[in-house]
Design a protein around this ligand. Structure first.
Ligand SMILES: [Ca+2]
Length: 168
């Protein structure tokens, strides 16, 4: 039987793996750099929520980028997909203004609103929803599990030390 600390470590690894992945954090700044935008686009350019995660790329622009080879965590695939959309003049909201041009103009290529807010992943410019500025639940849960694990390991070590002192 495995020591309980190994079982705890396994549990933390399994729970962490099961948590939803966040949006690829470098993509907004990479898009800003590649298209020479004044500010990085929000994660909701591609994801259906500001925190992102697996299965949340449901925005038309994000789906189009994926159809042109975009994969998470791969800036090369991001550049390839942006180049493809620009070359084909993609216009996912069919308003006559190509997606890449909309990004440069600061408008939302998905047609959802007047403009793309100019802040990165997880940020919020709306003072009415301050909870968006909080870390996402997976970060809080992972941190809590690690803290609990550290407390248990310390208690076990202290108990061993105490036992050794009593015996010796
Ligand atoms: Ca458009």
């Amino acid at each position: 039987m495995k020591p309980w600390s190994l079982r705890l470590a396994s549990f933390v690894v399994v729970v962490s793996a099961a948590l939803p992945a966040s949006a690829t954090p470098n993509f907004p700044s990479a898009i800003q750099r590649d298209l020479q935008l004044n500010a990085p686009p929000q994660c909701t350019l591609c994801h259906n929520n500001p925190a992102g995660g697996t299965g949340t790329v449901t925005q038309p622009f994000g789906m189009k980028m994926r159809s042109r080879g975009l994969v998470p965590e791969d800036e090369g695939s991001l550049q390839t997909a942006l180049t493809a959309l620009q070359a084909e003049g993609s216009d996912v909201d069919n308003d006559g203004v190509p997606d890449i041009q909309e990004l440069r103009l600061g408008t939302d290529p998905n047609g959802a609103g007047e403009e793309t807010p100019s802040y990165g992943c997880g940020s919020s410019i709306s003072p009415v929803s301050p909870r968006r500025a909080l870390p996402d639940a997976s970060v809080i849960l992972s941190g809590t599990l690690m803290a609990i694990g550290a407390i248990f390991l310390r208690r076990r070590r202290n108990a061993r030390t105490e036992r050794a002192e009593n015996e010796g």
